[in-house]
Design a protein around this ligand. Structure first.
Ligand code: NCD
Length: 448
């Protein structure tokens, strides 16, 4: 049986997420009652970035299941400081050392690299600004407990939507559960285009987007705030989707949750200031539209949630952290085969196009840019032909190309040419500039 990893929240179907919750319920009802379920198993935690909740809740979860834990709390104390590659580290630790690896790393896509080199299941505990799927499981589990269901919730995502990996994973999951997402970023911390493209392209979800720092505007007008519901099956009945969306705008009466995040200052330079950062306090929660809103945060917080809210019954951030233990117990026991999932209907396939490995990912924080040694070639999927757009198979950021080539004919076309549509999917390649295609012996074809 092939191993299961959890790299993206999209590695689990909605039904599987519910199955994990059912297992978590079983454990939560008797936290000391499963002390032999994973006996004789070892979990390794490899954290290349700081962590309190994620690492300790994973380790607590494994101890509560009767398993053992090995850890390098600070990977600066490991051989990575001697220049060892991520691939070599996980090949060794995922050999006889451990049966499951939990990894946190500053580079986006690192967990995918670990999964492809380790023989044992790999769990992504946060890879740069990309994803944090186990936090999303805690978030969804909290939402389900508080709201009774996950379908069609109205959720505000607030703060640093650009670098918060928790927000990216949560947005995908909410979209898949037909939520209505309202984005209120801090100025210059908007949701990245690649996340928005994926939400629209794969999950037919278009978040309602406020400009940076307009939290107060939403709070003041929440009782007259219209959104376009995210109901894909209804939209498809209309030929003019834009018009139908406009017609279907509806008043939000109650926001179900405000999900706040801190500025991820470890990921941006001094040029990007967290000015006018939105904040949640008692005044916000007593505004019309917010009375039933629960307040969520992956923690740690700075001052984006006022301490005065800690005793408010709608504040759920400590609850989210508590639920992290049964959720991670469930995930570990699932991946170790002690509580197997029903087989998914159709496993997700990644379509990586060969022949694009010479192009570089545009994201400097991508693992393909940060790993040394040249062992990790770039890999891309083609997201669209016109305009020609490529998605990095590791960090998922999307980039254009200037010329698109046909490998079977050694010809290139300007990326905006219609001829790009006719190239066979297996033969496609792409180049930054004239020098790049000439160096490979390609010639420019007259275009239509
Ligand atoms: C988050 C993270 O590491 O991305 N923390 C967590 O795991 N609960 C959020 C953050 O650090 O801001």
């Amino acid at each position: 049986m092939s191993k299961r990893d959890l790299i993206s929240i999209n590695d689990l179907t909605n039904d599987e997420i519910e199955q994990v919750f059912a297992v978590a319920d079983e454990f939560a009802a008797d936290m000391r009652g499963f002390g032999s379920l994973c006996r004789a198993h070892i979990m390794a935690t490899l954290f290349y970035e700081p962590s309190t909740r994620t690492r300790l809740s994973f380790e607590s979860a494994m101890h509560r299941l009767g398993g053992n834990v090995i850890t390098v709390a600070n990977m600066r104390d490991s051989s990575s400081s001697k220049g060892e590659s991520l691939a070599d580290t996980v090949r060794v630790v995922g050999g006889n050392y451990a049966d499951v690896l939990v990894i946190r790393h500053p580079a986006a896509g690192a967990a995918r690299v670990a999964a492809s080199f380790a023989d044992v299941p790999v769990i992504n505990a946060g890879d740069g600004g990309h994803e944090h799927p186990t936090q999303t499981l805690c978030d969804l589990y909290t939402l389900k407990k508080q709201k009774g269901h996950l379908e069609g919730l109205d959720v505000v995502l607030c703060g640093d939507l650009k670098y918060s990996r928790t927000v990216h994973s949560l947005a995908y999951a909410l979209a898949r559960f037909s939520a209505n997402i309202i984005c209120i970023p801090a100025p210059s911390f908007e949701m990245p285009d690649y996340v928005l493209e994926k939400l629209a392209g794969e999950f037919r979800c278009e978040p309602e987007r406020f400009q940076g720092g307009e939290f107060d505007a939403l709070v003041e007008q929440a009782d007259a705030f219209y959104i376009t519901p995210n109901r894909p099956h209804q939209l498809s009945l209309f030929t003019d989707a834009a018009e139908s969306r406009a017609q279907k705008r509806r008043l939000i009466k109650n926001i179900d949750a405000v999900y706040m995040t801190r500025a991820q200052s470890e990921r941006f330079g001094s040029c990007e200031e967290a000015a006018a950062y939105p904040r949640v306090n008692e005044a916000v929660l007593s505004s019309p539209g917010f009375q039933d809103a629960i307040v969520m945060h992956p923690l740690p917080r700075r001052d984006e949630i006022a301490y005065e809210l800690d005793r408010d019954p709608r504040s759920m951030y400590f609850q989210q952290a508590q639920l992290g233990v049964p959720i991670r117990m469930a995930l570990i026991s699932v991946l170790l085969g002690q509580r197997p999932l029903k087989r998914p209907a159709a496993p997700r396939a990644r379509v990586v196009v060969p022949g694009l490995g010479h192009l570089r990912c545009g994201n400097e924080a991508c693992i393909t840019r940060t790993e040394q040694g040249g062992y990790l070639p770039s890999e891309f999927e083609v997201v669209s032909r016109l305009p020609f757009r490529l998605r990095c198979a590791y960090c998922e950021t999307v980039r254009p190309a200037t010329f698109v080539g046909d490998r079977s004919r050694m010809k290139v076309f300007p990326a905006e040419s219609n001829d790009v549509m006719a190239i066979a999917g297996t033969e496609i390649t792409a180049f930054e500039d004239v020098a790049a295609y000439e160096a490979e012996g390609y010639e420019l074809e007259r275009t239509t």
